[in-house]
Design a protein around this ligand. Sequence first.
Ligand code: NDP
Length: 418
Amino acid sequence: MQGFEKFYRKSWAQRLAVLQEEHKLTESQVETLKKNAVSPEIGETQIENFITQFQLPEGLALNFVINDQEYLVPLVTEEPSVIAGASHGAAIVKKAGGFQAQSLKRAMRGQILLENVTDAASLKTALEGQRQELLAVAGAAHPSIIRRGGGPVDLQVRNLADDLLSVDLVIDTQEAMGANMINTMLEAVAQQLRTKEHLDVLMAILSNYTTECLVTARCQIPVVNLAKNGVDGAEIAAKLAQASRVAQLDPYRAATHNKGIMNGIDAAVIASGNDWRAVEAAAQAYAAKDGQYRGLSTWQVQDEQLVGELTLPMPVGSVGGSINIVPVVQVNSDLRQEKNAADLAQIIVSVGLGQNLAALYALVTDGIQKGHMNLQIKSLAAATGATGTELAQIVAALRQLDRPDSAAAVQILAKIRN
Ligand code: NDP
């Protein structure tokens, strides 16, 4: 493994050569890595030890009417049915007037954690008394954000234990998610607390529990619009509300309910070039905000309307990180035509609610497998290595089977080729 020494200092070509020299990959496998690396110069600026660009499919979710405007929403996902589901959910909502979405606030939070505190109550009071001075120290560490109209806006001190305090800064990061600028400001304040106040700083870092940037999407659908295959719309709406109730009561169901929401949200966040781990961390923490993990969305029947609501933190930016670096992210922004980061956040949360509607609607009517199997069959056919007209033949033959699987797909291909 000598070739891996100082791997990070090697050029991209040298790294690929090492993989071959060390017999980790064959020549043709290295060729696959090369072919996939569509812009190595960008990849090398994004991460360390770059070897290739991993591809995920991108598709467009349609029918998203949000605050009276229709949006095309690029989604990046490898999972079949996500884009179809989002578009279907959005179509039901579009017919009922669309989503209403709003950003309740837009700021981020960072923490300076103090340890070995002897008198937590009086230190809290003392630090709260220095609020203006500490906010000024934070602002001076990243003055450009103040020129842009943002900057530190609040300081809160929380007792975590007798010997632990969290000094929280709430920061308006304007159009950025702001991780880096927040950390810069926190470190400046931490330094002041160390040197001037002689306090023990354990660490200074932003919080991914971003409760200062909550976004809500709502929709209201006449229950009659939900009728399907002869089943009354009111009956289906009642089942949807019951499904929502179960997700509030049972963490086993809530995790799956929320996974369905995040199917759309993660896909939209990835397409926007934002940090989807930050969005996931925030959403999952918010789902447990009252001590029990619950479904993030709720559905209720009120006056013959099915009313859906989804609130969660959406810490996304329109600048920063990979957003300005990756060309397809810019193309996606042009497709969405959002005005700013707050607008983008509202689109993403609406996608989550639309996705959730489609999943619950399928679950309480046909079951989820019917829609899934259509795409699954295409994946099974593609996995055989079939090409051109063979693919269509395999798909058609698999559709005739009660339980289509990969072995059946291989057998069908063998028959076609004989
Ligand atoms: P950047 O560090 O790229 O900062 C964004 C910069 O954009 C700002 O500092 C600002 O610089 C500039 N800018 C231009 N126009 C505006 C505007 N209108 N509003 C605000 N800023 C503007 O990105 P972020 O600070 O947003 O950090 C996001 C990155 O941090 C992501 O890649 C994420 O993965 C990563 N990260 C996440 C962590 C976490 O979630 N725990 C931890 C650490 C990193 P200027 O004013 O100087 O022009």
